[in-house]
Design a protein around this ligand. Structure first.
Ligand code: 5GP
Length: 188
């Protein structure tokens, strides 16, 4: 019997937009969705676990894997490398699993080129002012870092015009239900 190939969803959104919370709840409510674990060269944050949040790796090893063609996509973000393993994605899609990649825009557009059937979804903040407010509300970063993030946010929002769908995270419950409806309509 032929197994129906799984669907690939790529979800991006600027930092501070709440995509982490959205994704966590989406997967909790829909256990048939699996989230890919990326490789990264950045250091683990407190509480992050190797093999759970990311596969933490050195720049040297990461670049070796790039050379070997191990990544379906990879990109530099904030001075660190991030990438998705091709073998994992292919193996799971072939098993009929529906996958989610939570990655930034440069990687997302590489995926769309290689796999046009992938569904690209961008989570937007209600407004730039609101996002700035949220970023400042975290109270963890200096002004230069906040300005850097805002610049990056504007670039990513511009890039999101190439995505298949854009969802505004104004109200978490509303955004979650929109995202869930969209995903279910694709995997049905
Ligand atoms: P963070 O360091 O905050 O966990 O992630 C920084 C950015 O890297 C986020 O926008 C996240 O979506 C993105 N990212 C995480 N994993 C990957 C990946 O495998 N590939 C790409 N291109 N971006 C990733």
């Amino acid at each position: 019997m032929d197994i129906k190939k799984g669907k690939l969803f790529v979800i991006s959104g600027s930092s501070g937009v709440g995509k982490g919370t959205l994704l966590k709840q989406l997967v909790q409510r829909n256990p048939e969705l699996e989230v890919s674990i990326s490789a990264t060269t950045r250091n683990p944050r407190p509480g992050e676990v190797d093999g759970v949040n990311y596969f933490f790796t050195s720049k040297e090893d990461f670049l070796k894997e790039v050379e070997n063609g191990d990544f379906l996509e990879w990109a530099e973000f904030n001075g660190n490398y991030y990438g998705t393993k091709q073998a994992w994605v292919e193996r799971n899609l072939n098993k009929g699993r529906n996958l989610i990649l939570e990655i930034e825009t440069k990687g997302a557009l590489q995926i769309k080129q290689k796999m046009p059937d992938a569904v690209l979804i961008f989570i937007l903040p209600p407004s730039l002012e609101e996002l700035e407010h949220r970023l400042r509300g975290r109270n963890t970063e200096d002004e230069a870092t906040i300005q850097g993030r805002l610049h990056e946010v504007k670039r990513e929002i511009e890039c999101s015009k190439n995505y298949d769908y854009r969802i505004i995270n104004d109200d978490l419950e509303k955004a979650l239900s929109e995202l869930e409806k969209l995903v279910k309509s694709v995997i049905r």
